[in-house]
Design a binder for this molecule. Sequence first.
Ligand code: IPM
Ligand code: MN
Length: 328
Amino acid sequence: MGHQVGIIGGDGIGPEVIAEALKVVRAAGVQLDTVEYDLGGTRYLRDGTILPDEILEEWRGLDALLLGAVGTPGVPPGVIERGLLLKMRFELDLYINQRPFLYPPNNVDMIVIRENTEGPYVGEGGVLRKGTVHEVATQGSVNTRHGVERCVRYAFALADSRPRRHLTLVHKTNVLTFAGDLWDRTFSEVAVEYPGVSTNYHHVDAACIYFVQSPEQYDVVVTDNLFGDILTDLGGAVSGGIGFASSGNLNPARTGPSMFEPVHGSAPDIAGQDKANPVAAILSAALMLDHLGEGAAADRVRSACADTATITGSTREVGDLVVARLSH
Ligand code: IPM
Ligand code: MN
């Protein structure tokens, strides 16, 4: 029996890139038993449902989830993001968002570990006197010792397993003094347990400069949910483009399936045109293979994707090329 994987193609280019990712995984010799789920903005516009509870419960028994992209014009901002993506991250306790960037032409070889269940993403806050001159909007950021510590611990263990053994904390401790202090103290305390890992700290604004000017200095970077969201788009931009950026939403405690998805969105403007870059989805599937204990296949898929930033071709042609490279 193969690994039980739930597939959410989603909207826009999502189904196209996922088709290529599945083609590559199968060509790499990994057996998957897939179940497809029709979810996303298109479904929402059709019947008003986003993520029925039965589906969420069904997922708890799976080994992993692979998602293309969700989001459709015509759906108000936040509906699908909160109702599907963030609900998955919160309900399945996918507390690590692991986003690797490997791009030799820019000397980039880093992994950003983004906390994935807290920060401003929790949706704390509200609005008063909406539409009046006295309107008030608050949006809180939740940072718990438990949430920060498990994320920081994961990042230290990962850094310790890599040759350079270097970990950078990114935050904004000079302004976000409450959350920043919690992150900074937790980081320093866990660091004591990892004497072999060298550490440093960058304010997030400075990190934006360094990501562009000297990304080679980073090995593993750990940061909060929102900073991680922003920094990883930048990471994609300096690593060949967002079309190559992969991610794993991980539940390292394995109390449920982890979810793998490209960093990019549904790109409705090019949907259905066989134009989308499938490499981010293929590399996300490789992260899934790592998680499923198929590390050798994952490495083969990654090698087959090397240098794909230098080629041009349609979605399917790029998928076929990666498949062809696997057999060598
Ligand atoms: C990402 C996306 C999501 C996020 C959105 C779509 C909710 O931008 O995965 O980076 O902000 O986390
Ligand atoms: Mn993002």
